[in-house]
Design a protein around this ligand. Structure first.
Ligand SMILES: *Cc1c(COP(=O)(O)O)cnc(C)c1O
Length: 420
């Protein structure tokens, strides 16, 4: 391979058109969606009912509710846990925005905890110091598909009488000590957005084993009523409700994809192993880990650059973007997943939720501190990472993983070409 980097005019390491888009769609998906279209039950129809039952069975939960997003399922989780005005909810300082904004949707106050660098997940050692008399629940995020140590989280939660919502939006099929995520906490949220491992376009799933929590979530999900669309409704609104229901076409697509999910998970795991094997010894890279007890689903294979050995500690994020650009020029499908830590986002720094200081200035709330120096680990991760999703997923196979590793190696072994 010629050494000159593609970004400097050299040849691309991965030919254009090599990486195929996610998810694979075949005749089974087409048939299922077409049957829904022809069935004339387009709102909450039979595919929605079946999708709920099939997902609950697949994941090992008693109940599932299909929603129009993972964010809706998270909001339902908070309400199912009994969270309300002024209650504090603990969330990791680095995640997707709605892991934290769902808290404000119910007038609750997000309290951020820094992450652990190795796992990129909430630092369980820092969990207890964030608990106050107002804390009601913890949202644990299994970020990028790596499960959090749920035995420790549940032990801390039970000791302090707190509920736990698992944000499993990226973590379909991930396991902690052999038990699937979404079966550890009091309830959980999955996403079925385009980029997730179970794709239905947009969509989400709320799961729980608790009948009372199911009823609370179901009420929020459908206008604040007490009955689901398949029961005889009285159209009476008992509590504040949203309209978070899924529709039949989307559920039909989700059902067809669910039948292939176990196969996808196996293929992605195999590609991740090939990537890891072929990235051994590449300079300046920190490879992702799978700690003992965890089974990653490799939703996002995330690299960090060692900015100390690169000599770029003080301009880490800028130099990281340069490295990512050089990799993209080689044809690597990689990118910065989230360029801001959560507390740094304007909505939290300016506390501009519902306006006039609400919910933070509500008489039922206590002041919280969003000073950024409290989250140094999240910031370091944020400034030094790049992630990969599609290259590991079918229809792409191990050859794409090998090509990807070779292209990354090319950039990192010729990094002086970028140091001007
Ligand atoms: C995608 C995602 C969500 C939100 O899911 P949507 O279906 O897009 O609403 C929440 N949390 C995490 C960690 C996610 O990755």
């Amino acid at each position: 391979m010629e050494k000159r980097l593609a970004i400097n005019g050299g040849p691309r390491a991965i030919p254009e058109g090599t990486i195929q888009p996610w998810p694979p769609v075949d005749a089974a998906d087409e048939e299922q969606v077409l049957a829904s279209l022809r069935g004339h039950q387009h709102a909450f129809g039979p595919n929605c009912q079946a999708f709920q039952e099939e997902f609950a069975a697949w994941n090992g939960n008693r109940y599932a509710i299909t929603t129009n997003s993972g964010t809706a399922a998270l909001h339902m989780g908070l309400v199912a846990c009994g969270c309300g005005t002024g209650d504090e909810v603990i969330v990791p300082a680095y995640s997707w925005s709605s892991s934290a904004t769902c808290v404000m949707q119910h007038n609750c106050i997000p309290v951020f905890v820094d992450i652990d660098f190795a796992t990129m997940n909430l630092d369980v050692d820092r969990l207890e110091e964030a608990i106050t008399p107002r804390t009601k629940a913890i949202i644990v995020v299994h970020l990028h598909g790596l499960p959090v140590n749920m035995e420790r989280v549940m032990a801390i939660a039970r000791k302090h009488g707190l509920k736990v919502v698992e944000d499993a939006c990226q973590a379909h099929g991930a396991r902690w000590r052999g038990k699937k995520v979404g079966t550890w906490g009091d309830c959980a949220a999955f996403s079925c957005n385009q980029n997730k491992l179970l794709c239905s376009g947009e969509g989400g799933i709320f799961v729980t084993d608790d009948e009372e929590m199911l009823a609370k979530a179901q009420s929020l999900w459908s206008f604040g009523e007490s009955r689901s669309p398949v029961e005889s409704r009285d159209y009476h609104v008992y509590a504040m409700g949203w309209m978070y229901r899924n529709n039949d076409l989307t559920a039909a697509f989700g059902r067809a994809q669910l039948r292939k999910l176990d196969g996808y998970l196996e293929a992605i795991r195999a590609s991740a192993a090939v990537l890891t094997e072929n990235l051994q010894g590449v300079p300046h890279l920190i490879l992702p880990v799978e700690p003992e007890g965890a089974r990653h689903n490799w939703y996002n294979y995330t690299l960090r650059f060692d900015m100390e050995s690169l000599g770029h500690v003080h301009d880490a994020s800028a130099f990281r973007y340069k490295l990512v650009e050089a990799m993209q020029a080689e044809g690597v499908d990689t990118g910065v997943w989230q360029g801001y830590i959560l507390p740094a986002m304007t909505v939290f720094q300016a506390k501009n939720g519902y306006g006039k200081g609400c919910p933070w200035d509500c008489p039922h709330a206590a002041p919280v501190d969003y000073s950024l120096e409290r989250f140094p680990v999240a910031q370091r991760h944020c400034d030094t990472h790049t992630g990969m999703t599609v290259p590991l997923r079918p229809p792409n196979g191990p050859e794409v993983a090998r090509l990807t590793a070779a292209a990354i190696r090319k950039v990192m072994e010729n990094v002086e070409e970028l140091q001007c």
